[in-house]
Design a protein around this ligand. Structure first.
Ligand SMILES: Nc1ncnc2c1ncn2[C@@H]1O[C@H](COP(=O)(O)OP(=O)(O)OP(=O)(O)O)[C@@H](O)[C@H]1O
Ligand SMILES: [Mg+2]
Length: 127
């Protein structure tokens, strides 16, 4: 039986697999040629999970989101969570800078400017 739109033909096994895995907290990667029905399969799986009382979050990967680490997931985070993450990142950066400062008197740490990149050493915060 189709749960969304015209009748779903076949795919019973794949649909059951995706739904069962999701119910156990497992992910699935659905692959196949363009137009084969990957999106439809996920829509059906989502509807089935919702009808079973599960919370389903939907996101679409885009080229622009790909430029940001975990970009496709950012929309799931509310402002409060993002603000807390930013505060923690700044605090961690300040601690790193303070540690670097203790090693070198030439390094200063700012509490207002953005934290230094995690891929760069703390001394790159300011000099
Ligand atoms: N098993 C199926 N039974 C009936 N219709 C289907 C089935 N699978 C897909 N369709 C229909 O075929 C069309 C294309 O499917 P879908 O958009 O899911 O493909 P896709 O693999 O996600 O393609 P794309 O490459 O565009 O992302 C849709 O209209 C969808 O409803
Ligand atoms: Mg698709």
């Amino acid at each position: 039986m189709s749960l969304s739109g015209p009748a779903l033909v076949g795919r019973t096994s794949a649909l059951d697999t995706v739904v069962r895995r999701a119910e156990h907290g497992r992910s699935s990667i659905v692959t196949g040629p363009t137009g084969i029905g990957r999106s439809r399969l996920l829509v059906e799986a989502g509807v089935r999970l919702e009808r079973a009382g599960r919370r389903v979050l939907r996101a679409t990967a885009t080229a622009s989101a790909a430029a940001v680490p975990f970009g496709v997931l950012l929309g799931f985070l509310d402002r409060a969570v993002l603000a807390r993450m930013a505060r923690r990142t700044r605090s961690a950066a300040r601690r790193s800078c303070a540690a670097a400062s203790a090693r070198s008197n030439r390094t200063r740490c700012s509490s207002t400017r953005p934290p230094c990149s995690t891929t760069r050493p703390p001394r790159s915060c300011s000099s």
